[in-house]
Design a protein around this ligand. Sequence first.
Ligand code: SF4
Length: 220
Amino acid sequence: MKDEDLRDLNLPGYEIPPELAGQLAITTLDRVYNFGRRSSIWPMMFGLACCAIEMICAQAGRYDMARFGMEVMRPSPRQSDVMIVAGTVTKKMMPAIVRLYNQMAEPKYVVAMGACASGGGPFKEGYNVVAGIDKYLPVDVYIPGCPPTPQALVAGMIKLQEKIDKQSIKHVRWYDGKKEDSVAVAIPYLGPDLIDPRRIPEIKAKSMELAQPPAPAAEA
Ligand code: SF4
């Protein structure tokens, strides 16, 4: 750990003697825990459309996400901390994306990069496009733009770091025993259209209603 990192960890209001600055910090468990996680957010390596090109640029030398510990893109959901949904989410891709999300270990985060992932973008209402990844997955940060620039992606990831900074080891769902918060997201079926299994009771009720014969007209 660098000297300046240790100074960042020190809580305000606790003076450290100058000769010990850079060697000692008075801090909380939350701050150390969050510092470790926010400094090593490993994104899952996949892209869906044009936004992915900007994500690739953000990883290259000019923008260099390695400065934030985010350069280790993993080809496996088991080793990833954040899913950056970069591009147009087609209905065909949706079951695979949900399956990958379910395979990520907690703590896990989702970033919706660009107009398509946030709400369908220019293809909203298209027959083959999902109008936002948040129809299925819990999104932590939305990044506007079509496409967002690499700087916007870096800014979004810094927002995610700020969110992590506010979490407490006492309340995060992966430690406090609230297992119901960590249940897998139901994987949608791809038939003639995309079917969300969570909406099957509602779909059945509507189908039954439509299948009822029309009521006979009242006699005059
Ligand atoms: S938001 Fe724009 S740039 Fe990004 S995937 Fe959609 S159309 Fe492409």
